[in-house]
Design a protein around this ligand. Structure first.
Ligand SMILES: Cc1cc2nc3c(=O)[nH]c(=O)nc-3n(C[C@H](O)[C@H](O)[C@H](O)COP(=O)(O)O)c2cc1C
Length: 260
């Protein structure tokens, strides 16, 4: 078993890219993905256990809360977490803290991958992908220094009742939105959308993707389609996609990535 384990949820690859950078700096780290039920829940022999995840609808993505509850951590292990968000931390960090009691936590703003809501570049303050990546790189350095020094956060993450309500309400809208997913004429039947979907919610019928209702809203299919052929109604037709350029679909869908 590795010295460090990082549990990671990532929809469009940005959190996985960050988890990989942290793991590379720490060395000897297993990154266990939480897009589906984690393949490794017994983390009791790890010295450090981290969580890298994104804010979704004001809270935790998909079934991440249940997955974290299933993880066993040694009482003396160092516990840390990093959350990416577009505009606000929401209630997800507090939820993780309530389950595992974090020693150190922090958050970082990135572009929004929820492109049905707004173009990713509209995040305030206005930021280019290069600037956002620089900000992420600085945060990775800060996190690695903190983790290696065993830093402890002074306060617990904020308890955000409004975001809890928002996450409960909006968490249920993904299925409705899934009904608006459609492949346009640019589709080349490559099956990338089928591979990237964590819920097996997409199938090819006569070479065209057909979307079910078991959607958790990660938008991996929309973001990673090489042809930009998947739209959500009309709203995303002219919006730029923003998958993490350092992550590919094969890597994103690995259940566990070991970094020496
Ligand atoms: C469906 C969806 C909902 C989101 N909701 C929020 C939100 O409520 N607040 C926020 O600040 N960011 C939100 N985001 C933005 C993500 O947290 C941010 O883009 C993150 O960097 C994505 O990381 P990933 O590519 O690893 O999934 C949302 C993204 C998606 C796809």
């Amino acid at each position: 078993m590795s010295e460090n384990i990082i549990y990671c949820y990532s929809g469009a690859g940005h959190c996985l890219s960050m988890a990989k950078s942290i793991a590379t700096a720490l060395g000897d780290t297993d990154i266990v993905m939480m897009r589906r039920f984690p393949v490794l829940t017994d983390a009791r022999s790890a010295k450090r256990v981290g969580f890298v995840f994104s804010c979704m609808a004001g809270g935790l993505p998909g079934d991440v809360e249940d997955y974290v509850k299933a993880i066993q951590i040694a009482p003396d292990a160092y516990r840390f977490a990093v959350e990416q968000y577009a505009g606000y931390l929401g209630c997800g960090m507090r939820k993780i803290d309530e389950i595992v009691r974090l020693d150190y936590w922090t958050g970082i703003s990135n572009h929004s991958t929820a492109i049905w809501l707004m173009p990713h570049q509209l995040t305030l303050p206005p930021t280019t992908p290069k600037m956002a990546q620089h900000r992420i790189d600085c945060k990775v350095n800060e996190v690695v220094q903190a983790v290696l020094a065993g830093k402890r956060s002074e306060k617990r993450p904020p308890k955000e009742l409004a975001f809890e309500l928002m996450s409960k309400a909006l968490g249920k809208t993904h299925e409705k939105r899934a009904a608006k997913f459609q492949a346009n004429d640019k589709c080349i039947s490559c099956g990338t959308c089928v591979k990237v979907c964590p819920r097996e919610n997409i199938q090819l019928a006569d070479g065209r993707p057909v979307f079910g209702t078991n959607c958790m809203g990660c938008l991996g299919c929309v973001q990673f389609c090489p042809q930009h052929a998947i739209d959500i109604g009309r709203v995303t037709a002219n919006r730029e996609r923003f998958p993490d350029p350092k992550i590919n679909v094969a890597e994103l869908t690995e259940p566990l990535i070991h970094i020496d």
